[in-house]
Design a protein around this ligand. Structure first.
Ligand SMILES: [Zn+2]
Length: 192
C-alpha cells in the first residue's frame, strides 16, 4: 500500500469515521477486526499532522431514544449512547486535540449514517480549503459508504483508504466498494 506521506497533499483533509469502542471487538455492536484499523489510521493521522492538514473525527453519538435502536423500532442493538464508555473513541486511536469532532446520529426522527447528513460538514470543509477528503474507519458498508457517496455529491474528491476500514459483513463490504467505485470514489487498496 502506498504510504500516506506520498499521497497527502495541500488541499487534502482526513476524516476518521466512528472508530469507537462499541464498534470494535468487545463492544456492543462489534465489527469483525474493527480494532485493526487503528494502527493504519494512526499512520495517516501522523502524516496529516506533519503536513498540517485538517483532521476530522466523526462519532456515532446517540440519545437513548434514538430511532436506530431495536427497542425504538430500528435495526441495531443499543450502541454509542451519548456519554457512555462504549461511545468513546478506541483507546489506541491517536486523538489530535485541535481536530474537529462531528457528532452524528443525534436526531430523534432519523439516523444519520453519512457524516455529511445535516451536520454542516461540507461547509466546514469548504471553509478549511479542503478539496480532496481521505476517509477511513467503520463500518465500510454503512457509514463510510454513505459518507463517501455524499462527499462526491457535495463536490469533493473522495478517497477511501480501504485497508483502514472494515465492513459489518464481507458481502456488504464488496457491495460498498462497487457502489463507491461506480460513483467515482478513489479506492486506495492493498496495491495502492
Ligand atoms: Zn449508530
Amino acid at each position: 500500500m502506498r504510504k500516506p506521506e506520498d499521497l497527502l497533499a495541500q488541499g487534502d483533509g482526513l476524516l476518521v469515521v466512528d472508530v469507537q469502542r462499541d464498534f470494535c471487538p468487545g463492544g456492543a455492536l462489534p465489527i469483525p477486526e474493527g480494532d485493526e484499523v487503528v494502527p493504519v489510521i494512526n499512520r495517516w493521522i501522523e502524516s496529516a499532522l506533519k503536513k498540517t492538514l485538517p483532521i476530522y473525527y466523526s462519532r456515532d453519538w446517540h440519545p437513548e431514544g434514538h430511532p436506530s435502536f431495536e427497542k425504538n423500532g430500528g435495526d441495531w442493538p443499543l450502541h454509542c449512547v451519548q456519554g457512555t464508555p462504549g461511545a468513546d473513541f478506541h483507546d489506541d486511536l491517536l486523538l489530535v486535540p485541535a481536530a474537529v469532532v462531528i457528532a452524528k446520529g443525534v436526531r430523534f426522527d432519523q439516523d444519520q449514517l453519512s457524516v455529511f447528513d445535516q451536520t454542516g460538514f461540507a461547509e466546514k470543509l469548504r471553509r478549511d480549503g479542503v478539496k480532496r477528503l481521505w476517509v477511513a474507519g467503520l463500518a465500510l458498508d454503512v457509514c463510510v459508504r454513505a459518507t463517501a457517496l455524499d462527499g462526491v455529491r457535495a463536490g469533493f474528491d473522495i478517497g477511501v483508504v480501504v485497508p483502514a476500514c472494515r465492513p459489518v459483513t464481507p458481502a456488504g463490504g464488496e457491495a460498498a466498494l462497487d457502489a463507491m467505485r461506480a460513483a467515482g470514489v478513489q479506492l486506495l487498496g492493498d496495491n495502492g
